[in-house]
Design a binder for this molecule. Structure first.
Ligand SMILES: [Zn+2]
Ligand SMILES: [Zn+2]
Length: 425
């Protein structure tokens, strides 16, 4: 750049700004802010649901803050309602994955010629194939995950390595014929909808449905031109699509979004649900959003309901401080991979001891990540929690480099792969 004056990052909260795999691993938003800094340029971050880091920076006057309290074009905020799925289950009103409240609302919207978007953060038909007799579950031979059933191909698929296999007619472990599909993905929602609304044009928008760029554009066009009545999708449907005629947005399972064991799950949940809710609403009529949940008392749900970012931020930032997570700590995640779990354990032990000797309680772990084996490689990870803007950062960096170098020079550990992720998502 010759005279860079302004860098704009739109939807700055979006997790896809984080480059995860392969290296280089970096946060694109932060890189943009730093680029602006290098050139003495201004950086503008735009979003309706700021990341905790950015809003925290605005609160402590590191960033300026401009608020737009009204929706663009004067469109009204939608009416958001949480639907108690547990209550409907007790009253026997729950129809598999749909509450009667959601089904009625879909019917009403369709009658009025409005379109519907349903959000489910899981693709495929069913994430689990399980034997009802012995408990056997279909798993990937190379990864420690369940295989997801995809009805379209009538095959089981690993979402980590892409491995595919046929569906066994009987249980491979005990021979029983009672092998059942559990859970639900976008494909199954699409299937169930066809039963309840046989007249409606239903389209799925997820990774499987938009493998080609053309398919994505075609679905968007079809929806815009009202050739689709109900669009079922993953987070793809939450992103910046502005449709004129969406009367109803349904979130199939808030529980699945909020119960993910990660320090960012509250933040992601607030952002996802607020963004998907924003797809509802038209110039002339107020849109409606229904969020299905078994656990209706989750604080994030109340904050989404009230569109109350400030309360969300206040509560969340206190938790981050109490448990020492960003923006109060910088995180560095170290993952080691090897096909032999013994070698991996010993290598990690060596590295962890070196790091703990220098950094003490700032080193958490090592431990096995939620998916402990991918593509035949075993994984171990540890986390460094470091005080920001202190000399500890530099110390941690050189300690990491030294200990990994030492590990790689140790006989037998040369083939252990190390992945260092600074500011992991
Ligand atoms: Zn069995
Ligand atoms: Zn796999």
């Amino acid at each position: 750049f010759q005279e860079l004056g302004l860098v704009i990052v739109d939807e700055e909260h979006d997790p896809s700004f984080k480059q995860q795999d392969p290296a280089p691993r970096y946060q694109g938003r932060d890189a943009a802010v730093y680029l602006a800094h290098l050139f003495g340029a201004k950086a503008l971050l735009g979003t309706a649901t700021p990341s905790l880091e950015s809003y925290h920076n605005a609160k402590r006057s590191k960033y300026g803050l401009v608020e737009m309290p009204e929706r663009f074009g004067g469109v009204q905020m939608p009416e958001i309602q949480v639907v108690d799925a547990r209550e409907e289950l007790l009253l026997r009103k729950l129809k598999v994955h749909f509450t009667s409240t959601l089904l009625e609302a879909i019917g009403q919207a369709l009658e009025q010629g409005e379109q519907v978007i349903l959000f489910r953060n899981r693709r495929g038909y069913a994430p689990i194939l399980k034997c009802a007799v012995c408990g056997w579950q279909a798993g990937c031979k190379d990864c420690d995950v369940n295989l997801t059933y995809h009805k379209f191909q009538n095959r089981l698929q690993c979402h980590y390595c892409g491995h595919q296999e046929g569906v066994p007619a009987t249980c491979p472990a005990c021979g029983s014929g009672e092998v059942r599909l559990l859970g639900f993905g976008t494909e199954k929602i699409e299937d169930e909808l066809k039963i309840y609304f046989p007249e409606a044009n239903i389209q799925r928008m997820d990774f499987d449905a938009v493998r080609s760029r053309n398919a994505y554009v075609r679905i968007i066009n079809d929806f815009e031109e009202k050739r689709i009545d109900i669009l079922v999708g993953t987070q793809m449907v939450t992103k910046g699509l502005d449709f004129e005629n969406v009367g109803l947005v349904g979130v199939m399972s808030a529980d699945q979004i909020l119960q993910f064991p990660h320090f960012r799950s509250g933040e992601r949940g607030f952002q996802l649900m607020t963004q998907v809710a924003g797809r509802a609403g038209r110039k002339h009529r107020r849109g409606k959003v229904l969020i299905q949940a078994f656990r209706v008392d989750h604080p994030v749900l109340r904050e989404v309901l009230e569109g109350d970012y400030r309360s969300f931020f206040q509560r969340e930032i206190q938790e981050r401080q109490a448990f020492q997570y960003p923006p109060f700590r910088r995180l560095i995640q170290l993952t080691l991979k090897h096909k032999d779990p013994q070698v991996l354990n010993q290598a990690m032990k060596l590295v962890a001891e070196r790091l703990k000797a220098g950094l003490g309680g700032r080193v958490l772990g090592p431990g096995i990540p939620p998916v402990g084996r991918v593509r035949g490689q075993y994984l171990l990870e540890l986390l460094l929690k470091l005080e920001p803007r202190t000399p500890v950062l530099r110390k941690a960096k050189s300690l990491l480099l030294e200990s990994l170098q030492e590990m790689h020079q140790t006989p037998g550990f040369g083939t252990v792969r190390a992945i260092v992720d600074v500011d992991p998502n």
